[in-house]
Design a binder for this molecule. Structure first.
Ligand code: HEC
Length: 147
């Protein structure tokens, strides 16, 4: 009987040690720069936008417009958030090329934080230089509080 109690004690003990030893690791990976907004934004770009807009954001001539040297990317962040949330089917002209395929809406695919991260990434990469997009602005626009 004593042995069983002892064995249980050891099992419980090692469980506690195990949980304790993993906690600092988890905390460290949350803080690591690899998980910062830029890296999260890149991951979302690669998974969600890249298939159409391409790895260098150069787009596909005649089909999907570029996300570099684009007034939609570097201009109003409210308009940019609106495009990603609600789709775009107006046709655009960028650097003299016209595009008229529709772009799907991402309001059910991406969370507000993911939209903020991917747009912040987009506005600071591929030669773009525009201010970050905040989570609260995405949330306000999703709920129609700000256009
Ligand atoms: C299925 C293909 C597809 C995907 C995926 C896609 N787009 Fe688009 N996107 C388009 C097309 C096509 C247009 C042009 C729409 C039009 O002409 O009205 C466009 C237009 C745009 C525009 C405005 C024009 C420009 O080039 O600046 C922005 C900004 C944009 N997309 C951002 C994104 C972002 C950010 C993502 C990822 C969250 C994304 N798109 C995912 C196809 C796509």
């Amino acid at each position: 009987m004593n042995r069983i109690v002892f064995a249980l004690f050891i099992l419980l003990g090692s469980g506690v040690v195990c949980i304790k030893s993993q906690a600092p690791l988890a905390a460290a990976s949350l803080r690591s720069p690899v998980q910062g907004p830029g890296q999260r934004g890149k991951k979302i770009y690669d998974q969600t936008c890249m298939p159409c807009h391409q790895i260098d954001a150069g787009g596909v001539p005649g089909l999907n417009p570029p996300l570099q040297k684009s007034p939609y990317v570097e201009g109003s962040s409210a308009r940019l958030i609106g495009i990603v949330l609600h789709r775009l089917n107006d046709g655009v002209e960028i650097s003299g090329e016209t595009y008229s395929n529709p772009m799907p809406a991402f309001s059910r695919v991406l969370k507000d934080e993911e939209i903020a991260d991917v747009l912040t990434y987009l506005r600071s990469h591929f030669g773009n230089k525009a201010s970050p997009v905040s989570l609260s602005q995405v949330t306000r626009i999703r709920h129609g509080i700000q256009k």
